[in-house]
Design a protein around this ligand. Structure first.
Ligand code: PMP
Length: 352
């Protein structure tokens, strides 16, 4: 640490992203990316003429992309903000929309804690139930801005829209942020609720179900007044937060609903197959509705399972944190990837 760092950041524990190995080729099941390439429409949208236009700044209004997102979700452009990955939308929300602090689960997306620290917020950590479920009643006592990943990460467990409505209506003066990074794989989106609930923000991403993790595109949908506030923050940090190529890629990706449906159905099928196969092998596996499985091996520690797979060229995510140190999170890849995962798992279990 240099002597120039402001002392308020002395204790900041930065987010640890999953490994992105550049040396060896792994079957990469560790960062919940899509195993499928972006839609062919994305590839033709990002053509060489557009690359030439990189000399120009991007549209600060992001009109084309916001309009495309708004159309797909049946809301107005004034209800949508686009960001550099959904991490940036979450950062803005923690930065500006948590006047009394933030409340979130003990086991959830690790960035919530980091953003809370980064912005010096009073954070209330609400433990998941023993079975890793969220009990909406546990949120009734807080007036802090609530952040819930639905499906939750890394458990993959979901709340129903009815349960979320309960959290929203109990205190209309408290903002509730639903992080829907994984909703397209089996959860129920709350986006249609933004018209009725003025205290709701739905955050989404193009990184998972739309195969654009490397392009960095996220969005939030909410009442126009909330979006205007977030736009103030965006214009006060970086009005060109989303680059030209990504804006084009995003608009093309969201309009290709047929490709989107094909990819997510394939993931759901591979997830359910792998879930059942792991259970047959004695694993405890949560009923994930996301593009990953959260699994505990029988007779081998989470760390050894993770290391064993890594040695065999399959990379999964091991967190090693309290309550979940026996578990690994396995991104759902293609069916072929999952077959390899299962056969390597069998070898590990048999000690060969
Ligand atoms: N929310 C959750 C729950 C996530 O797991 C992730 C991915 N790490 C994100 C948000 C951020 O995704 P991105 O910034 O790629 O949109």
């Amino acid at each position: 640490m240099s002597k120039f760092l402001a002392s308020k950041f002395d204790v900041l524990e930065a987010y640890t992203p999953g490994e992105q190995p550049q040396d060896k080729k792994y079957i990469k099941l560790n960062t919940n990316e899509s195993p499928f390439p972006p839609s062919p429409a994305v590839i033709s949208a990002v053509n060489s003429a557009e690359v030439g236009d990189l000399r120009l700044y991007s549209d600060p209004v992001c009109r084309e992309t916001r309009t495309a997102i708004a159309e797909v979700f049946g809301v107005g452009m004034e209800n949508v903000i686009v960001t550099n990955g959904s991490d940036e939308a979450l950062n803005f929300l923690f930065m500006a929309m948590c006047p009394k602090g933030a409340a979130f689960a003990d086991i959830t997306y690790g960035f919530y804690k980091v953003f809370g620290q980064l912005h010096g917020l009073d954070c209330e950590v609400i433990p998941l139930r023993e079975d890793f479920s969220i009990d909406p009643r546990d949120y009734s006592g807080t007036d802090k801005t609530v952040f819930i990943a639905n499906p939750n990460a890394p458990t993959g467990l979901v709340l129903t829209v009815e349960q979320i409505k309960g959290i929203l209506s109990e205190n209309p003066d408290r903002l509730v942020v639903i992080d829907e990074a994984y909703v397209d794989f089996g959860g129920e989106s709350v986006v249609p609720l933004v018209k009725k609930y003025k205290n709701l923000v739905a955050v989404g991403t193009f990184s998972k179900s739309r195969s654009l993790a490397g392009a960095r595109l996220g969005f939030a949908v909410a009442d126009a007044e909330i979006i205007a506030d977030l736009e103030t923050i965006r214009y006060s940090t970086n009005p060109y937060n989303v680059n030209r190529l990504t804006l084009l890629a995003g608009a093309a990706a969201i309009r290709d609903t047929a490709y989107f449906d094909k990819c997510r159905s394939a993931i759901i099928e591979a997830r359910e197959y792998t879930k059942a196969e792991l259970r047959k092998r004695g694993f405890t596996v949560t009923d994930s509705k996301a593009n990953f499985l959260f699994a505990k091996a029988n007779g081998i520690s989470g760390k050894d399972y993770y290391l064993g797979l890594k040695e065999r060229g399959v990379l999964v995510r091991y967190f090693g944190s309290p309550r979940i140190s026996d578990y690994v999170r396995i991104t759902v890849g293609t069916m072929e990837d999952m077959m390899t995962l299962l056969s390597e798992t069998d070898k590990i279990l048999q000690g060969v």
